[in-house]
Design a protein around this ligand. Structure first.
Ligand code: LAG
Ligand code: CA
Length: 443
């Protein structure tokens, strides 16, 4: 299949967790662009506290674009390289809070203490709420969720004009460097009206994806943030991770995330938090994770975000660093290792490069010719693509399917060397091994 399929619209994104800018740039050029990925989601770019843990990224010290992931110049080069490859860049905006430790020096040399970040924010810019710990203690209390601290992280008064101005200047700086959109970290912990007011002041019209983890019965829900843009579909992630182990893969066609419309839902199987708290499948469940990723890209709901991270046993462990800087990503061969050493870059998204092209070709066409038997499901997406998915962990299948695909010989987007698939008179026979799929499309 040619990467330049005529009607293809790039559709699939990938979160490159803790990837240094230089490695992101190379991935855009060599893998993401040629396979019609639509966008890359970065880890936070701002100056942060020192340390070996990955989560230092989520403790901002200043808005200088100097971090363990690279310099401002490196960031700018990365955005240019991704754009040259046709890939958009979504930055992770940590704007609910600043660092949560007593004090120190950030990785770019900025001195700070808790609630005092010289030249940027001072004590009066932060909420000081009246729970015993100062932290959010009760997720049924909207005011606590939004005005108390998320594990001691200094909570910005995002309702204040002066604070908003600083945040907007930071986001404008990123837009000025070419950034196309933002993940709004911890959006749930800011009032929806604050998020909306901030993003409306930002230059241009960046894509906004708010991170609002759905909790049942809670007063703050993802739907509240739809006026500010899109949201991450956490319920989809949990549900798709739930149906694969039971084999009911056909149910993926019915998955939605509450009342979030498809156009505003950013779907995923795992992210950096859920692969650690085990709320979703992850690389630690190889077969099931594989099939969940296939379903993610196969169904018409939402915009899928794949994930590329590194192996870990200690959930706090950061990506391999030298002198406070994350070292270049070196991807493990797909499927080569069953139990990867901690720190091994997994580049899980690469296994779906062909399927990202499939998704770009089928676009938003609805499922048709849905076939279901036992733990397997197959369907067309319009008349340009077909997928057959076997959720049975022990039994292979070989159904003869009815398809809209034009007669011809097709390759499998999940096994590009296998071009043995013949469509004749709207029928095709596909052999699908346990916990795998076959995906055909018009190149
Ligand atoms: C997020 N979304 O809302 C990120 O996706 C998530 O990864 C962030 O938590 C969180 N919100 C804050 O941006 C991560 C780690 C936390 C870590 C935090 C700040 O999951 O474990 O907290 O980043 O670095 C750590 C310690 C805490 C400590 C806190 C402040 O684990 O014990 O209280 O730092 O020093
Ligand atoms: Ca807050």
């Amino acid at each position: 299949p040619s990467p330049e399929a005529p009607n293809a619209t790039p559709h699939v994104g990938v979160q490159l967790f803790q990837w240094p800018w230089a490695s992101v740039a190379r991935e855009c050029t060599e893998v993401l662009g040629p396979n019609q990925f639509a966008f890359v989601l970065l880890s936070p770019a701002q100056e942060h506290i020192q340390g070996d843990q990955w989560w230092t990224s989520y403790q901002p010290v200043s808005y200088q674009l100097e971090s363990k992931l690279g310099t401002r110049a490196g960031f700018q080069q990365m955005v240019a390289a991704c754009h040259d490859a046709g890939v958009e860049v979504v930055a992770d905006a940590v704007i609910n809070h600043m660092a949560g430790i007593d004090g120190g020096t950030g990785v770019a040399g900025s001195a700070f203490t808790h609630y005092d970040y010289p030249g940027l924010y001072a004590d009066a810019d932060f909420h000081h709420c009246d729970t015993a710990s100062g932290d959010i203690e009760n997720y049924l209390d909207q005011q606590q969720i939004q005005e108390c601290e998320l594990s001691n992280l200094a909570d910005l008064r995002t309702e204040d004009a002066a604070v908003r101005e600083k945040i907007v200047a930071y986001l404008d700086d990123l837009v000025g460097l070419g950034v196309d959109g933002f993940r709004i970290d911890a959006a749930k912990h800011m009032r929806a009206s604050d998020v909306q007011a901030i993003v409306e002041q930002v230059d241009g019209d960046p894509l906004i994806i708010s991170e609002v983890i759905r909790g049942s019965g809670e007063p703050v829900q993802p739907e509240d943030y739809l006026d500010a843009g899109s949201v991450f579909a956490f319920q989809f992630a949990k549900d798709v991770s739930g149906i694969v182990p039971g084999g009911a893969v056909y149910r993926a066609l019915d998955l939605v995330d509450g009342d979030v419309p498809s156009e505003q839902a950013y779907t995923f199987v795992t992210n950096h938090d859920t692969e650690r708290n085990r709320q979703t499948l992850s690389y630690k469940d190889p077969d099931k994770y594989h099939l969940a990723n296939v379903l993610l890209l196969a169904v018409p709901y939402g915009t899928p975000v794949l994930y590329g991270g590194y192996a870990f046993s200690d959930p706090d462990a950061g990506a391999p660093q030298a002198d406070g800087v994350v070292t270049p990503v070196d991807c493990a061969e797909p499927g080569a290792i069953e139990y990867p050493e901690p720190g091994t870059w997994l580049c899980q998204h690469r296994a779906y490069a062909g399927l990202a092209q499939w998704a770009a070709v089928v676009g938003d066409a609805e499922p048709q010719n849905v076939w279901q038997e036992g733990y397997a499901v197959a369907f067309d997406r319009g008349s340009l693509g077909l997928i057959a998915i076997n959720g049975n962990s022990t039994k292979a299948i070989e159904p003869e399917l009815t398809t809209n695909l034009p007669d011809g010989t097709y390759c499998d987007a999940l096994a590009p060397d296998d071009c043995s698939h013949e469509v004749r008179d709207g029928r095709v026979k596909v052999a699908v091994a346990p916990m795998t799929a076959v995906a055909l499309y018009v190149p």
